[in-house]
Design a protein around this ligand. Structure first.
Ligand SMILES: Nc1ncnc2c1ncn2[C@@H]1O[C@H](COP(=O)(O)OP(=O)(O)OP(=O)(O)O)[C@@H](O)[C@H]1O
Ligand SMILES: [Mg+2]
Length: 235
C-alpha cells in the first residue's frame, strides 16, 4: 500500500493577473491515482492545470509535489521535478518534425523515444513529418508522447479527446488506461465528456465557477448519472 501524496493543493486561489478564477481548491492526489476533472465550459479546468504547472497567477494557497513546495517555482522547474503537461492547445512546434518535437523535451528515464513509438506506432511512421503536416489525432499523440518522454511522475491531460474521431478517441482511451494501470504515474484527466473520463479514472472532482462541488470516487458518479448531471449542470 502506497499512501505517498504526489500532488497536494491547499486553499488555492488563482487566476490571471488580478482576476481570480479558482476559489479555495483543496486536492490531494496519492501516487498512482488518476483524477478526472469535470465541469462545463469556462468553469476553470484549464486554469487549474495552468496553476499546477505555473502558467497562471497564484493568489493564495500552497501547492506541494511529493512534499516539496512548488508554488514559487518557475514552469521549467516543475517540469523538471516530474510534472508532464499535455495542454488543451497541444502546442506542437509546426516547423519541427515529429521526432524533433519530442527530442526537445527528452530526459533520460523510463520513456526513451523507442518506447513512445511502441505506444504510438503512428508516430514512428510519421517521425520525419513536420508538426504542421499532422492530423488532429496525430498531434494529440505527439503531445502525449512529448509529455511522456520527459519521464513525468504526474501527467496533466487537458481535454485530450476534444474534437477527435471516435476511432482515435478509443485508441487514446486504451493508452490512458494502460498508463494508469501499468505505470508508476499519477494522472489528472480534464474532460468535458464525463462518462469517458470516469471510465478510466478512480477519483473525480467536479468544478463549477472555480469551486470544487464534488470530490469522490469516479465509480460513485458513474453509477449515479442523475447526481452527475445535476453537478455538471449546476449554476
Ligand atoms: N488567459 C486568460 N486571461 C483571462 N481570463 C482567462 C484566461 N484564460 C481563461 N480565462 C477565464 O477564466 C475562466 C475559466 O477558464 P478556463 O479556460 O479555465 O475554463 P475551462 O473549464 O478550461 O473551459 P473549457 O472547457 O472551455 O476548456 C473563464 O471565465 C475564462 O474566460
Ligand atoms: Mg479548458
Amino acid at each position: 500500500m502506497n499512501n505517498e501524496i504526489a500532488l497536494k493543493l491547499k486553499g488555492v486561489f488563482a487566476g490571471y493577473g488580478e482576476l481570480n478564477i479558482l476559489e479555495n481548491i483543496d486536492i490531494e492526489i496519492p501516487v498512482k491515482t488518476s483524477l478526472a476533472v469535470l465541469g462545463r465550459n469556462g468553469v476553470g479546468k484549464t486554469t487549474l492545470m495552468s496553476t499546477i504547472m505555473g502558467h497562471a497567477t497564484l493568489h493564495a494557497g500552497q501547492i506541494e509535489f511529493f512534499n516539496q513546495a512548488i508554488e514559487r517555482l518557475p514552469v521549467y522547474e516543475r517540469s523538471r521535478l516530474g510534472i508532464g503537461y499535455v495542454p488543451q492547445t497541444r502546442d506542437i512546434f509546426p516547423s519541427l518534425t515529429v521526432e524533433e518535437n519530442m527530442l526537445v523535451a527528452a530526459r533520460p528515464g523510463r520513456w526513451p523515444l523507442e518506447r513512445i513509438y511502441e505506444l504510438f506506432p503512428r508516430l514512428a511512421e510519421r517521425r520525419n513529418n513536420m508538426g504542421n503536416q499532422l492530423s488532429g489525432g496525430e498531434q494529440q499523440m505527439l503531445s502525449v508522447g512529448r509529455a511522456l518522454i520527459s519521464d513525468p511522475k504526474l501527467l496533466l491531460l487537458d481535454e485530450p479527446l476534444e474534437g477527435l474521431a471516435p476511432v482515435i478517441v478509443q485508441m487514446l482511451m486504451e493508452v490512458f488506461k494502460k498508463l494508469i494501470a501499468e505505470e508508476d504515474l499519477s494522472v489528472i484527466l480534464v474532460e468535458q465528456s464525463a462518462k469517458l473520463a470516469l471510465q478510466v479514472t478512480n477519483q473525480a472532482i467536479v468544478l463549477n465557477r472555480g469551486q470544487v462541488t464534488y470530490q469522490g470516487l469516479s465509480q460513485e458518479l458513474l453509477s449515479h448519472p442523475e447526481q452527475l448531471a445535476k453537478l455538471i449542470a449546476a449554476n
